[in-house]
Design a binder for this molecule. Structure first.
Ligand code: RIB
Ligand code: CA
Length: 311
């Protein structure tokens, strides 16, 4: 039976590639999408999610809008990375279908409660919606099949030297999320920077036809277009979180105690990862089977591309 997955996201170049994977893998059943302000503002990320839903062909999947800003801090964004509209230079056909009336946190709660033990909850943006849902209904932490985030790092950050963007955007939300009664699978930068779409990956993707030309390749090369086939390319951070749900065998992971720095002048949003002591609250993927990852991702994208060609 397919694994049911709800994705809370801020599309976002790699969020879009993650939605494509979740939609395309027959072993996954995308049952909901919620949006959170992050890479770009809430209106833009929601517009992107709505347009991707129709362009890729999952019109029945509900999309609910969540938090525009972090719990207590001022919003930050990553428009310099993802472009002002959030999907690079890509312009998709306008959506004809709208969002559900509920808040993202309510769609998350209702979806989990309607199928206790069955929903794989994945967050690929700031954790504000997840924190709001936990504050409203703490019991959902014990009712998910798994909870996987793209976020954090046990070495360096990318938003600051200490903090990865999704955690840095809302450290207070992340602290609530990591303190809840569940295991957080923290797919951090140490893992996701192993999943870089280098020249060889891009060349293989280009064989997939129109979907690659119009969406996949532009998403995967917007801020880093590899000229050298073996040089690194853009990291598909969020794709790794969805891939973990479908193919955990591609990841080697270690349990850890993860604490979130919320008061540091230079370290706010740092994930302090202790592999050696303390009660583990997280599972941290350390190593990726890179060849296996790309074989899986390219296979699924090929399935979607074939259907896209058929119109
Ligand atoms: O640090 C990478 C993360 O920040 C990804 O989720 C990317 O989409 C951005 O949100
Ligand atoms: Ca993201």
């Amino acid at each position: 039976m397919a694994k049911r997955i709800l994705i809370d996201c801020d599309p976002g170049l790699d969020d879009a590639l993650a939605l494509l994977l979740a939609h395309g893998d027959p072993a996954l059943d995308l049952v909901g999408v919620t949006t959170v302000g992050g890479n770009v503002g809430l209106t833009a990320v929601t517009k992107n999610a709505l347009e991707l839903r129709e362009y890729l062909g999952f019109p029945k999947v509900p999309i609910a809008v969540g938090a525009a800003a972090p719990l207590v801090r001022e919003s930050i964004n990553a428009a310099r990375v993802h472009g002002e509209r959030g999907l690079g230079d890509i312009v998709l056909p306008a959506a004809t279908l709208g969002v559900t009336g509920s808040h993202a946190a309510d769609l998350i709660i209702d979806t989990i409660r309607a199928a206790p033990g069955a929903i794989h909850l994945v967050a690929t943006g700031p954790l504000t919606n997840i924190a709001i849902a936990l504050e409203k209904d703490p019991a959902i932490a014990r009712m998910v099949a798994s909870f996987v985030i793209m976020g954090g790092s046990f070495t360096r950050g990318n938003a600051t030297p200490a903090a990865e963007f999704n955690i840095h955007a809302d450290p207070e939300a992340a602290r609530i999320v990591f303190a809840a009664d569940w295991q957080v699978v923290m797919v951090g930068l140490d893992l996701t920077l192993q999943a870089q779409a280098n020249g060889r990956v891009i060349e293989r993707m280009k064989q997939l036809g129109a979907l690659a030309d119009d969406l996949i390749v532009p998403l995967a090369t917007f801020y880093f277009d590899p000229k050298d086939p073996d040089r690194d390319g853009q990291a598909v951070h969020d794709v790794c979180a969805v891939a973990y749900v479908a193919r955990p065998d591609l990841f080697a992971s270690r349990p850890a105690r993860v604490e979130i720095e919320t008061t540091g002048e230079f370290t706010a949003g740092m994930t302090v990862v202790d592999f050696d002591s303390g009660e583990p609250n997280a599972l941290v993927p350390i190593e990726l089977d890179v060849a296996g990852f790309w074989a899986y991702v390219e296979h699924v994208y090929g399935l979607v591309a074939a259907k896209h060609r058929q119109g």
